[in-house]
Design a protein. Structure first.
Length: 145
């Protein structure tokens, strides 16, 4: 969550805002561009003691929003950030707050070639592809359980 000092600085894009009934959340700008979103590369590297990745995202728009959850390990980055060697999951955000719970087994077996090494996770990204107009989303409670 973003109640702890310094959490916002771990993300490539976003600023802390206060959300009613939620406290501080990360407001992620979504400019009109090919890939609009944010990335964190300061996170626990070893995910083997966990079973689930949970997160909450707020879509302020009237229509659903499709956001990509990308997770990379050292192997996928060493191979030149190859699409087929990382986890790429699509999250459908309805208007308002959305809760997601992604089993790490799905993330581990997500790459088209091989498996993600849950002992060597180095980055997590959330982004929209081909954004037509500026907007934003809110992120809260990104948790490994």
């Amino acid at each position: 969550d973003f109640e702890t000092w310094g959490q916002q600085t771990r993300w490539s894009q976003g600023q802390l805002v206060v959300s009613p009934r939620r406290g501080q959340v990360l407001k992620v700008p979504l400019p009109a561009t090919r890939y609009a979103g944010t990335k964190i590369d300061h996170l626990p590297r070893d995910w083997t003691d966990y079973t689930t990745l949970e997160l909450e995202l707020f879509n302020p728009e009237r229509l659903p929003l499709s956001v990509i959850l990308k997770i990379e390990d050292t192997r996928s980055i060493a191979a030149g950030y190859r699409y087929d060697m990382r986890y790429n999951g699509e999250l459908q955000l309805l208007p308002g707050w959305n809760q997601f719970s992604v089993p790490l087994q799905i993330i581990r077996t997500g790459p088209e070639t091989g498996q993600l090494d849950l002992e060597q996770i180095v980055a997590l990204s959330l982004f929209e592809i081909d954004r037509k107009r500026p907007g934003y989303l809110l992120l809260d409670n990104l948790i490994l359980k």
